[in-house]
Design a protein around this ligand. Structure first.
Ligand code: AMP
Ligand code: MG
Length: 272
């Protein structure tokens, strides 16, 4: 098994760049061959488990992983594959749905702030505050005057978090429209996947171009040094899992996590 290339560098959306999704090929596997993937994925998951342990032991910082994607983009699959090696005590997964109850009586970041992982933990967001500039914008759920201010607000919120020991990485799982059709067909044909099918997803598909436009603005305006966006070509599930695990690993390695000093002088301890 050769060395893994630096996927973070290849998939990051450079802050301030004129990024557009039309330039990304959802089939791309960045020169990696499928046969090499399982070995690397396994190594990443093993290393993630060690890094998570260090994060937990240190208990002074946390990692927030935001997953976004068009319907059938593979958010659930990524969570189950990539996070399977993590210790459940140290991870929280939060799925953001249509706001209800008190969520509707607060600003849109209220529920998000409550779900930020505490220090020592990894938090996974299955959808996020970005819905408030995606679905909300595409379907005019709020006036433009409201959502257009949110790019700045989100950047400020994420900077505040990063200045308070929350490391943030954000993934767009990017599939093509054809691949989405294929996955919807699977949901219809496979009895074990029928439950995943929703007529709403088909309606959303008609807004494909609007979503792409909305995502382009998110990626151009909200990929920052403190909280970068990564666009993961996700037609190939094996590549998607490999890329997400690799970038999570690189991020945690970069944090230079260390065990805290023991609270007692261990050399002097004796007991029978
Ligand atoms: P799913 O992820 O398939 O369970 O679907 C959750 C649904 O909730 C999606 O259709 C999202 O677009 C929707 N949703 C999530 N957050 C918001 C939000 N802030 N405003 C409106 N709809 C949202
Ligand atoms: Mg859905």
């Amino acid at each position: 098994m050769g060395r893994m290339k630096n996927l973070a560098r290849e998939l990051i959306v450079r802050p301030g760049s004129k990024f557009k999704l039309a330039d990304i090929d959802a089939e791309d596997t960045h020169g990696i061959h499928k046969s090499a993937a399982p070995g690397h994925l396994q190594k990443n998951c093993e290393r993630l488990s060690v890094l998570q342990y260090l994060l937990y032991a240190e208990a002074r910082r946390s990692l927030l992983v935001v997953l976004q994607g068009i319907d059938a983009g593979g958010k659930d699959g990524t969570i189950s594959h990539v996070m399977s090696g993590l210790n459940p005590q140290g991870v929280t997964v939060t799925s953001f749905k249509v706001p209800e109850g008190p969520e509707r009586r607060h600003d849109y970041l209220w529920r998000v702030h409550q779900a930020i992982p505490e220090w020592g933990k990894i938090g996974i967001f299955n959808r996020s505050h970005y819905e408030d500039v995606l679905v909300v914008r595409v379907h005019n759920l709020a006036p433009r005057s409201a959502w257009s201010k949110r790019y700045r607000q989100i950047n400020e919120f994420e900077r505040m978090l990063s200045e308070n020991h929350v490391r943030i990485i954000k993934f767009l799982l990017y599939i093509s429209k054809d691949e989405q059709a294929k996955r919807f067909h699977e949901r219809l044909d496979d009895k074990s996947k029928n439950w995943k099918f929703s007529a709403a997803d088909l309606r959303e598909r008609e807004y494909w171009d609007n979503y792409i436009a909305a995502y382009n603005d998110v990626l151009r305006q909200c990929s920052t040094a403190e909280a970068p966006w990564y666009v993961v070509p996700a037609n190939h599930k094996w590549f998607r899992n490999l890329a997400v695990s690799q970038i999570m690993r690189e991020t945690l390695e970069d944090m230079k996590l260390k065990y805290p000093k023991p609270s007692a002088d261990l050399s002097g301890i004796k007991f029978e």
